[in-house]
Design a protein around this ligand. Structure first.
Ligand code: HEC
Length: 185
Protein backbone atom coordinates (compact mmCIF):
# COMPACT_ATOMS: atom_id res chain seq x y z
CA UNK A 1 0.00 0.00 0.00
CA UNK A 2 2.72 2.45 1.11
CA UNK A 3 4.82 1.36 -1.87
CA UNK A 4 2.00 2.30 -4.25
CA UNK A 5 1.56 5.68 -2.54
CA UNK A 6 5.27 6.46 -2.89
CA UNK A 7 5.15 5.46 -6.55
CA UNK A 8 2.12 7.69 -7.17
CA UNK A 9 3.74 10.69 -5.43
CA UNK A 10 6.95 10.15 -7.39
CA UNK A 11 5.02 10.06 -10.66
CA UNK A 12 3.15 13.28 -9.76
CA UNK A 13 6.44 14.93 -8.82
CA UNK A 14 8.07 13.90 -12.13
CA UNK A 15 4.99 15.12 -14.05
CA UNK A 16 4.83 18.53 -12.31
CA UNK A 17 8.59 19.01 -12.50
CA UNK A 18 8.51 18.05 -16.19
CA UNK A 19 5.87 20.69 -16.97
CA UNK A 20 7.80 23.29 -14.96
CA UNK A 21 11.03 22.43 -16.79
CA UNK A 22 9.29 22.60 -20.18
CA UNK A 23 7.88 26.06 -19.42
CA UNK A 24 11.03 27.46 -17.92
CA UNK A 25 13.11 26.33 -20.90
CA UNK A 26 10.56 28.01 -23.18
CA UNK A 27 10.75 31.40 -21.50
CA UNK A 28 14.41 31.28 -20.54
CA UNK A 29 15.53 32.91 -23.78
CA UNK A 30 13.07 35.79 -23.38
CA UNK A 31 13.56 37.61 -20.11
CA UNK A 32 13.41 41.39 -20.50
CA UNK A 33 13.09 43.37 -17.25
CA UNK A 34 9.48 43.46 -16.04
CA UNK A 35 7.66 46.74 -16.84
CA UNK A 36 8.33 49.26 -14.02
CA UNK A 37 4.62 50.16 -13.78
CA UNK A 38 3.59 46.57 -13.00
CA UNK A 39 3.57 46.66 -9.19
CA UNK A 40 1.77 45.32 -6.15
CA UNK A 41 0.05 42.05 -5.39
CA UNK A 42 -0.89 39.48 -8.04
CA UNK A 43 -4.45 40.86 -7.89
CA UNK A 44 -3.20 44.43 -8.50
CA UNK A 45 -1.04 43.25 -11.38
CA UNK A 46 -3.86 41.32 -13.04
CA UNK A 47 -6.04 44.44 -12.70
CA UNK A 48 -3.34 46.63 -14.24
CA UNK A 49 -2.86 44.17 -17.13
CA UNK A 50 -6.63 44.16 -17.68
CA UNK A 51 -6.57 47.92 -18.12
CA UNK A 52 -4.21 47.71 -21.07
CA UNK A 53 -5.95 44.89 -22.96
CA UNK A 54 -7.44 45.70 -26.39
CA UNK A 55 -10.87 47.33 -26.21
CA UNK A 56 -13.97 46.35 -28.17
CA UNK A 57 -13.16 49.11 -30.67
CA UNK A 58 -9.59 47.78 -31.02
CA UNK A 59 -10.94 44.36 -32.02
CA UNK A 60 -13.33 46.07 -34.43
CA UNK A 61 -10.48 47.99 -36.02
CA UNK A 62 -8.64 44.72 -36.67
CA UNK A 63 -11.88 43.23 -37.97
CA UNK A 64 -12.18 46.16 -40.39
CA UNK A 65 -8.60 45.82 -41.61
CA UNK A 66 -9.09 42.09 -42.11
CA UNK A 67 -12.38 42.63 -43.95
CA UNK A 68 -10.41 44.83 -46.31
CA UNK A 69 -7.77 42.13 -46.78
CA UNK A 70 -10.39 39.40 -47.18
CA UNK A 71 -11.95 41.31 -50.06
CA UNK A 72 -8.70 42.17 -51.81
CA UNK A 73 -7.34 38.63 -51.35
CA UNK A 74 -10.51 36.93 -52.59
CA UNK A 75 -10.91 39.34 -55.52
CA UNK A 76 -7.38 38.55 -56.67
CA UNK A 77 -7.77 34.80 -56.29
CA UNK A 78 -5.42 34.58 -53.31
CA UNK A 79 -7.66 31.99 -51.72
CA UNK A 80 -5.39 30.80 -48.92
CA UNK A 81 -4.94 34.37 -47.78
CA UNK A 82 -8.67 35.13 -48.08
CA UNK A 83 -9.44 32.08 -45.92
CA UNK A 84 -6.87 33.15 -43.35
CA UNK A 85 -8.50 36.59 -43.14
CA UNK A 86 -12.02 35.14 -42.92
CA UNK A 87 -10.98 32.97 -39.95
CA UNK A 88 -9.19 35.86 -38.26
CA UNK A 89 -12.29 38.07 -38.65
CA UNK A 90 -14.26 35.40 -36.80
CA UNK A 91 -11.58 35.17 -34.11
CA UNK A 92 -11.54 38.96 -33.65
CA UNK A 93 -15.32 39.16 -33.41
CA UNK A 94 -15.30 36.38 -30.81
CA UNK A 95 -12.71 38.30 -28.80
CA UNK A 96 -14.82 41.46 -29.11
CA UNK A 97 -17.81 39.52 -27.75
CA UNK A 98 -15.68 38.47 -24.79
CA UNK A 99 -14.80 42.08 -24.02
CA UNK A 100 -18.39 43.33 -24.39
CA UNK A 101 -20.82 40.54 -23.55
CA UNK A 102 -23.84 42.77 -24.33
CA UNK A 103 -22.92 42.41 -28.02
CA UNK A 104 -22.28 38.65 -27.93
CA UNK A 105 -25.72 37.75 -29.23
CA UNK A 106 -25.42 39.96 -32.33
CA UNK A 107 -21.88 38.73 -32.99
CA UNK A 108 -22.88 35.07 -32.66
CA UNK A 109 -25.75 35.84 -35.06
CA UNK A 110 -23.35 37.27 -37.63
CA UNK A 111 -21.01 34.28 -37.33
CA UNK A 112 -23.70 31.61 -37.62
CA UNK A 113 -25.38 33.40 -40.55
CA UNK A 114 -22.16 33.81 -42.53
CA UNK A 115 -19.79 30.98 -41.58
CA UNK A 116 -19.36 28.26 -42.87
CA UNK A 117 -21.01 29.60 -46.08
CA UNK A 118 -18.18 32.09 -46.49
CA UNK A 119 -15.53 29.41 -46.02
CA UNK A 120 -17.30 27.16 -48.52
CA UNK A 121 -17.36 29.98 -51.08
CA UNK A 122 -13.65 30.65 -50.58
CA UNK A 123 -12.82 26.94 -50.88
CA UNK A 124 -14.80 26.76 -54.14
CA UNK A 125 -12.32 29.26 -55.70
CA UNK A 126 -15.34 30.65 -57.58
CA UNK A 127 -15.13 34.48 -57.84
CA UNK A 128 -18.94 34.90 -58.10
CA UNK A 129 -19.56 32.76 -55.01
CA UNK A 130 -16.88 34.66 -53.15
CA UNK A 131 -18.33 38.08 -54.06
CA UNK A 132 -21.82 36.98 -52.96
CA UNK A 133 -20.58 35.52 -49.64
CA UNK A 134 -18.47 38.59 -48.99
CA UNK A 135 -21.49 40.80 -49.73
CA UNK A 136 -23.57 38.92 -47.17
CA UNK A 137 -20.87 39.28 -44.50
CA UNK A 138 -20.48 42.96 -45.31
CA UNK A 139 -24.25 43.49 -45.02
CA UNK A 140 -24.17 41.84 -41.55
CA UNK A 141 -21.46 44.26 -40.37
CA UNK A 142 -23.45 47.23 -41.65
CA UNK A 143 -26.70 45.94 -40.10
CA UNK A 144 -25.14 45.72 -36.63
CA UNK A 145 -23.56 49.15 -36.93
CA UNK A 146 -26.88 50.66 -37.96
CA UNK A 147 -28.76 48.88 -35.16
CA UNK A 148 -26.23 49.87 -32.51
CA UNK A 149 -26.28 53.51 -33.61
CA UNK A 150 -22.67 53.45 -34.84
CA UNK A 151 -22.70 56.31 -37.30
CA UNK A 152 -20.01 55.02 -39.58
CA UNK A 153 -19.86 51.86 -41.64
CA UNK A 154 -17.03 49.95 -43.29
CA UNK A 155 -16.69 50.55 -47.04
CA UNK A 156 -15.71 48.17 -49.82
CA UNK A 157 -11.94 48.59 -50.01
CA UNK A 158 -10.21 49.92 -53.09
CA UNK A 159 -6.69 49.61 -51.70
CA UNK A 160 -4.83 47.19 -49.49
CA UNK A 161 -2.37 47.88 -46.69
CA UNK A 162 -0.87 44.41 -46.44
CA UNK A 163 2.38 43.32 -48.13
CA UNK A 164 0.55 40.12 -49.04
CA UNK A 165 -1.87 41.83 -51.40
CA UNK A 166 -0.15 45.10 -52.27
CA UNK A 167 3.37 45.64 -53.47
CA UNK A 168 5.53 44.64 -56.37
CA UNK A 169 7.77 41.75 -57.37
CA UNK A 170 9.72 44.21 -59.56
CA UNK A 171 10.85 45.93 -56.35
CA UNK A 172 12.14 42.59 -55.07
CA UNK A 173 14.24 42.29 -58.24
CA UNK A 174 15.51 45.80 -57.57
CA UNK A 175 16.46 44.83 -53.98
CA UNK A 176 18.24 41.72 -55.29
CA UNK A 177 20.22 43.89 -57.70
CA UNK A 178 21.47 45.92 -54.70
CA UNK A 179 22.45 42.73 -52.87
CA UNK A 180 24.47 41.57 -55.91
CA UNK A 181 26.14 44.99 -56.27
CA UNK A 182 27.09 45.06 -52.58
CA UNK A 183 28.50 41.53 -52.80
CA UNK A 184 30.66 42.50 -55.79
CA UNK A 185 32.25 45.46 -53.96
C1 HEC B 1 -22.41 43.45 -32.47
C2 HEC B 1 -22.52 44.49 -33.45
C3 HEC B 1 -21.40 44.69 -34.42
C4 HEC B 1 -21.00 43.82 -35.42
C5 HEC B 1 -21.56 42.47 -35.75
C6 HEC B 1 -19.92 44.51 -36.10
N1 HEC B 1 -19.64 45.69 -35.51
FE1 HEC B 1 -18.13 46.96 -35.97
N2 HEC B 1 -18.59 48.15 -34.41
C7 HEC B 1 -19.65 47.95 -33.55
C8 HEC B 1 -19.64 48.99 -32.53
C9 HEC B 1 -20.64 49.11 -31.38
C10 HEC B 1 -18.55 49.83 -32.80
C11 HEC B 1 -18.09 51.05 -32.02
C12 HEC B 1 -17.22 50.59 -30.88
C13 HEC B 1 -16.83 51.68 -29.91
O1 HEC B 1 -16.99 52.86 -30.22
O2 HEC B 1 -16.33 51.34 -28.83
C14 HEC B 1 -17.90 49.28 -34.00
C15 HEC B 1 -16.79 49.82 -34.60
C16 HEC B 1 -16.20 49.35 -35.76
C17 HEC B 1 -15.04 49.93 -36.41
C18 HEC B 1 -14.29 51.15 -35.96
C19 HEC B 1 -13.22 50.74 -34.94
C20 HEC B 1 -12.32 51.89 -34.54
O3 HEC B 1 -12.32 52.22 -33.34
O4 HEC B 1 -11.61 52.42 -35.40
C21 HEC B 1 -14.77 49.16 -37.51
C22 HEC B 1 -13.63 49.34 -38.50
C23 HEC B 1 -15.76 48.10 -37.54
N3 HEC B 1 -16.60 48.23 -36.47
C24 HEC B 1 -15.81 47.12 -38.51
C25 HEC B 1 -16.71 46.04 -38.50
C26 HEC B 1 -16.73 44.98 -39.48
C27 HEC B 1 -15.82 44.91 -40.69
C28 HEC B 1 -17.70 44.10 -39.12
C29 HEC B 1 -18.14 42.83 -39.80
C30 HEC B 1 -17.15 41.83 -40.08
C31 HEC B 1 -18.28 44.62 -37.89
N4 HEC B 1 -17.66 45.80 -37.56
C32 HEC B 1 -19.29 43.98 -37.20
C33 HEC B 1 -20.57 46.93 -33.59
C34 HEC B 1 -20.53 45.86 -34.47
Amino acid sequence: MIGRRVLTSSLIFIFVFGIFAAFSSDVAYYSPPPPTWLKGSTKDRVYQLGLIQPSYADFMLWTGIRLNELYVGGSRGQWEYAKHEALKIKENLQKAALVDTSRRHAIEGLISANYPGLIKAIDSHDPDKFQAAFGRLYASCVTCHTKKGVHFIPLIPTTSISPITSGSMELWEEVQRHIREEAQK
